[in-house]
Design a protein. Structure first.
Length: 590
């Protein structure tokens, strides 16, 4: 248990230390806290003298004035100390959240493959809130309580060591009861944080895909999924409340028992003359200065157990391997061949997605990747984008492995237009300019939109470039989202272009518009395209056919149509689809 406890303290303290709390305000807060507690320790001694010699005639106005000033100073120092410690605590938690947010942004894509978004959000919000509660609500009481207990016990030993030892017999009993309760609280709090993270993940998943839920009539199913999380949190909350319900009455019972014992035993000693009435009053006052902080310390330890679980998870996130965006040199000449040499990759050991893939993407030309679903086409893009590292082989730009370049420099050379066309909540302007490191002029913005064939529909909107697109661009059509994504890529002016089935989910009219925009985008750039449309494939300078992670054919459209049976089947199917589409368009015109 001691090892666990030290494991609970040290990571927490290290985590707090790493946020670099301001030393001077912390020192002032602790000094005021200590001063306030020390002043409080002398009040019972003053009361003892007052009780022993009390009479109206002996009442000294100077003593009353000193006592009044002491009370006021104690209150002021205590209040200021609490304010400073709370402010420091809030700053510490803000620093911790800042570290977490910065970390989350540089974690690799593989981290998010293994962790649900809602769970990660819970680390950022719920777990840091637990730590904030310990620092702002309980840390002050821990310092003042510890000083008050040590000071009171020291003074009591001088006043009457026999009664003090009688009182201290309650300490081992209290520890004996609170220790297993602390262990139980740690288990409950870990379960609570895990369940909160899982519940957050469920909420995030359901609410972000609410249209799918409604289209599938899945409201009742998702209600039950959410209800299960709510019930689990209720159960854990009741268990947590049970532990609190055991701790508080137990502390009250100890306090009342000690009070009765002290009053009974102290009364006997007063009647025998071994103790003065003032001593007994002082003793009782000191008892309160011990028991009340003991209750506060027990709450601190209970909350520390809760914080341990949160600390462990936050530290796990902070220690996760991250991407270094700046390590490596700048890309000086992106207009070179990109060569894949015997590249292999597997998301899980023993389950290869790509196997010994080798080909060259010529600069300024269009290379198309074709193949059935699940053949590894999108994974190939992820490797070139450096979301993942190949498990075997090398990818080169010219003679240099792409790992030799900094991630920031390498990714700044690439324009990536995917089938999903990710859109952020905000305006059209913010989406087109997303990620730009300089202030984009109105002329540059409109030129990019014009080349992407997006200017017509944007200018027809009431707020034009300041139109809100909604979460994930729900207020835009698929073709509009694609053209905004193309405008974004055009604004970046990348030298390397990757198109991932950029027109596969569009209607014929939208596809024509997007294809024209893509032609503008592809001019003079090294282009790698995953294509299902025959028109895109036929125009490519070089075609790679992938099957189950291996290259089974390469060449031009004419060469593959003659020599590769599956490509011929693929092309024939696409030709029929394109002919049917053309006939539908013609029929519509007629």
């Amino acid at each position: 248990m001691s090892k666990q406890q030290s494991g609970g303290w040290r990571p927490f303290l290290n985590l707090i230390r790493q946020t670099k709390p301001p030393a001077l305000p912390l020192a002032i807060a602790l000094f005021l806290s200590v001063a306030s507690t020390v002043v409080g320790l002398f009040v019972p001694l003053f009361t003892k003298d007052l009780v022993n010699s009390f009479s109206l005639a002996s009442l000294d106005k100077g003593q009353v004035a000193v006592l009044t000033v002491a009370f006021l100073a104690q209150s002021l120092a205590g209040g200021l100390s609490i304010y400073l410690l709370n402010r420091i605590g809030q700053g510490v938690v803000a620093g911790l959240r800042d570290r977490l947010w910065k970390k989350l942004l540089v974690l690799p894509v593989s981290y998010y493959d293994d962790h649900q978004t809602g769970e990660t959000i819970s680390r950022m919000t719920n777990d840091t809130a637990v730590i904030k509660g310990l620092i702002t609500d309980h840390l002050t009481n821990f310092f003042t309580g510890a000083i008050s207990i040590v000071g009171s016990v020291t003074i009591l030993l001088f006043l009457d060591w026999k009664m003090t030892l009688l009182m201290l017999t309650a300490v081992p009993l209290t520890i004996l009861v609170l220790k297993p309760l602390g262990r139980t609280m740690h288990k409950i709090s870990r379960g609570m944080q895990d369940e909160t993270a899982a519940f957050s993940a469920t909420l995030n998943q359901v609410l972000s895909e609410i249209r799918l839920v409604k289209a599938s009539n899945a409201e009742a199913i998702e209600y039950q999924n959410g209800k299960r999380g709510i019930t689990n949190l209720l159960s854990l909350g009741i268990k947590e409340g049970t532990v609190h319900a055991l701790i508080s009455p137990f502390i009250s019972l100890v306090m009342m028992t000690l009070l009765v014992l002290i009053l009974g035993y102290g009364g006997m000693r007063v009647s025998s003359g071994a103790l003065t009435a003032g001593d007994l009053v002082a003793f009782i006052l000191y008892l309160f200065q011990i028991v009340i902080p003991m209750s506060q310390l027990s709450m601190f330890v209970t909350n520390l157990q809760k914080t341990r679980g949160a600390t462990e998870r936050i530290i796990t996130t902070l220690e996760a391997a991250e991407e270094d965006l700046t390590a490596g040199r700048e890309v000086t000449d992106p207009h070179q061949p990109i060569t894949l040499e015997h590249v292999s990759f597997a998301y899980k050991a023993g389950e290869p997605v790509l196997d010994d893939v080798s080909f060259t993407i010529e600069p300024g030309r269009v290379t198309a990747i074709v193949g059935p679903s699940g053949s590894g086409k999108t994974t190939l893009f992820s490797l070139i984008e450096r979301y993942y590292r190949p498990t075997g082989g090398t990818i080169r730009l010219g003679q240099d492995p792409i790992d030799a370049f900094s991630l920031h420099s390498w990714r700044s050379q690439i324009g990536y237009v995917s089938q999903e066309s990710p859109i952020i909540a905000g305006t059209i302007r913010e989406n087109i300019c997303y990620g730009m490191e300089y202030e984009v002029s109105e002329e540059e913005l409109r030129r990019a939109a014009r080349m992407a064939y997006a200017d017509h529909f944007i200018e027809e909107m009431p707020d034009q470039y300041d139109t809100q697109v909604g979460e994930r661009g729900v207020k835009l059509s698929g073709g509009q989202r694609q053209r905004i994504a193309i405008a974004r890529a055009l604004l970046r002016n990348p030298r390397i272009l990757m198109l991932d089935e950029a027109t596969s989910s569009l209607d014929s009219k939208s596809e024509i518009e997007v294809q024209k925009a893509l032609q503008n985008l592809m001019k003079g750039r090294t282009t790698l395209v995953i294509a299902h449309r025959l028109s895109t494939v036929m125009d490519a300078d070089h075609i790679i056919f992938l099957e189950k992670g291996r290259i089974t054919g390469r060449g031009t459209h004419e060469e593959l149509f003659t020599t590769h049976a599956m490509y011929r089947e693929f092309a024939s199917q696409q030709l029929r689809i394109d002919q049917q589409t053309a006939a539908q368009i013609q029929a519509g015109k007629g």
